[in-house]
Design a protein around this ligand. Sequence first.
Ligand code: S3P
Length: 174
Amino acid sequence: MKKANNIFLIGFMGCGKSSVAKKLQEMHQMKVVEMDEEIELQEGRSISDIFCQSGETYFRDAESTLLKSLQDVQGRVISCGGGVVLREENIRIMKSCGSVVWLTASAKTILERVHSDESRPILQGRKTIADIQTLMEERYPYYEAAADLSVSTEHKTVAQIAEEIFQQLEKVGN
Ligand code: S3P
């Protein structure tokens, strides 16, 4: 692994970042930073309330501020919010202090995972395969620009995904 030995997990909502982060913690004793949880703690309110009461730009600012504060950490798995890639400065920070791993899944799989979850404001009223497909296509270039490598999460256990991440990072010398 390169630079500060951090792994940034990026990808669309419901792609499995949090579960994979927990598995990496278990398998490789890496500490985890859950960005959304950190922001909720700092703000004392849920992500939904932040979006609803203060707006998306406020949330994105909080996300960028948190990411900046992580620039000096070492050996962490950072499970990022799905929209962290939308700001170029965030991509620059992630690339400067770790390996950026993009977890992918199909729109069908994402929908199965998020359909009964009301905690994601971006998906409110947009829970069809077509809606998710459209959002994923909009996000695709951002994930592609940020990622050092990508790992599909389809038909794999969380342990298999975590193992694959390590194997791929070793292969690319990150
Ligand atoms: C968002 C993804 C969410 C959370 C917020 C916005 C997005 O995180 O940060 O609701 O814009 O994709 P998860 O990807 O962990 O669901």
